[in-house]
Write a protein that binds this ligand. Structure first.
Ligand SMILES: [Zn+2]
Length: 441
């Protein structure tokens, strides 16, 4: 876009819950270049003005672990969560190994568009398309670039899939990382599914590629009895030995980890993507989350592609309050902000090399305008925590990397219902091909 994007008469929301009313924000290219009282920033003839009319302007949301495609194929149900890890993996794998790049493109486009309409500017994706890894990743990147969504894309490679060698999956993933190394919107990371289905040889390959490419690694950390039985080792120790942990790496769930393991993760600066809502249904997930919080590890929230970040955040409240009540946590409200903005912003900065997570000069212009007017200056809506007001406020504008992707609630550059139809057709085709429809009916 030529010229400036000027947000007039905004109430600026900070992740600590403070609000400043009567402000204006100037965006030039991908960055925020000016933040000042409204009267100090006039609108010039070539500007695109966003009339906020007092509405809240906040940093974009970040989903630290999602399955944009898988979330449309395999969801959470009682029947599913009651199965053991290996059985769940086998069932999901049978579906994912038949997914084609064109189906990935259609389903990811719809999920990214839905995210943008919810104010999610950055998705940390764990794609699972083992039959055609590089082509599927490239197809998903195309969707992100078309819609203007920020994306970190990794592949959930694994052993144990008939006819599909893990080496080929890791190579395809690495080729994508190389191809998108200079992209300002879409970056690649390496990935594997989880420790229990990654052989020593596969982890060695991932570690070697990580060293060569200098990127993060994305995986499920679910240290349960199933994992230990499969590998004979605790997952954190195993991954530390292979040098999988480190800055820009993402460990999802942190199920079953203890305090010492959480400390190891914290020291390595690996982000732990927690899913507190899912923690209510999975054994070991809540204790893992408590361990991560008690050592102040870098944490963010992940949806796994079948919830909103607000669902996950509200799922965290009960656990956070219980920990505070027993003296294990000092600042429950600050922890809620850390969940949604703190760790995720650090991850974004590590990956894209620009300041993320605040509406301030120099920061990347990933910004959301909510249809919500705060009652006054200072702490937003006294007595009502910020997450209670923002989670129910419609998203009016979503701006990513300086580009308007949602304007007054409407997706720009694509027809939302059209995307939904294409995604439904793709998911239906996968379901028919794999017999999935028989199991869900
Ligand atoms: Zn995942």
């Amino acid at each position: 876009m030529d010229g400036r994007l000027v947000l007039k008469d905004c109430s600026l929301f900070r992740p600590d819950g403070r609000v400043r009313t009567g402000m204006a924000v100037v965006i030039e290219g991908p960055r925020i270049t000016q933040v000042a009282p409204n009267a100090e920033i006039p609108v010039l003839p070539a500007d695109w003005e966003v009339a906020c009319r007092g509405r809240l302007v906040a940093p974009g949301l970040i989903d630290c672990h999602t399955h944009l495609v898988g979330g449309q194929l395999v969801g959470i149900s009682g029947e599913r969560v009651l199965k053991n890890t290996q059985l769940r993996f086998n069932q999901a794998m049978a579906v994912h190994k038949s997914v084609t790049p064109l189906e990935v493109e259609a389903m990811s486009a719809y999920a990214l568009a839905r995210g943008l309409r919810q104010g999610v500017t950055f998705h940390v994706e764990h794609l699972w398309a083992p039959a055609q890894v590089e082509a599927a990743m490239t197809a998903e990147a195309r969707s992100a670039e078309r819609l203007g969504a920020r994306l970190m894309l990794s592949h959930a490679s694994s052993d144990g899939i008939e006819g599909l060698r893990p080496e080929a999956q890791v190579e395809g993933n690495a080729a994508f990382v190389t191809a998108f190394a200079q992209n300002s919107l879409v970056h690649g990371a390496l990935g594997f599914f989880a420790s229990f289905c990654a052989s020593d040889d596969t982890l060695k390959l991932v570690a070697r590629a990580r060293e060569a490419l200098g990127c993060g690694v994305h995986f499920h950390l679910s240290d349960t009895d199933d994992d230990a039985a499969a590998t004979g080792r605790r997952a954190v120790a195993r991954l530390a030995e292979y040098q999988i942990l480190g800055p820009a790496s993402v460990a999802a769930y942190a199920r079953g980890i203890d305090r010492v393991e959480a400390e190891l993760l914290a020291k390595s600066e690996t982000l732990i993507a927690l899913s507190p809502r899912m923690a209510q249904t999975m054994p070991g997930a809540q204790t893992g989350m408590e361990a991560a919080l008690s050592v102040q590890a870098l944490v963010g929230l992940g949806t796994s592609g079948n919830a909103t970040l607000w669902h996950e955040l509200k799922g965290a409240l009960a656990i956070v309050v219980a920990m505070a009540r027993s003296g294990q946590l000092l600042d429950p409200d600050g922890t809620m902000a850390q969940f949604l903005y703190g760790g995720a912003s650090e991850l974004c900065t590590q990956i894209f090399g620009v300041p993320c997570g605040n509406v301030e000069v120099g920061a990347v212009a990933d910004v959301v305008v909510y249809d919500h007017v705060s009652w006054d200056e200072g702490v937003a809506d006294a007595g009502v925590p910020w997450w209670s007001m923002l989670d129910s406020a419609p998203v009016a504008w979503t701006i990513v990397n300086g580009r308007v992707t949602v304007r007054e609630g409407q997706l720009l550059g694509a027809d939302y219902i059209g995307l939904a139809k294409e995604a439904a057709a793709a998911a239906g085709a996968v379901a028919r091909r794999t017999g999935l429809h028989v199991t869900v009916r």
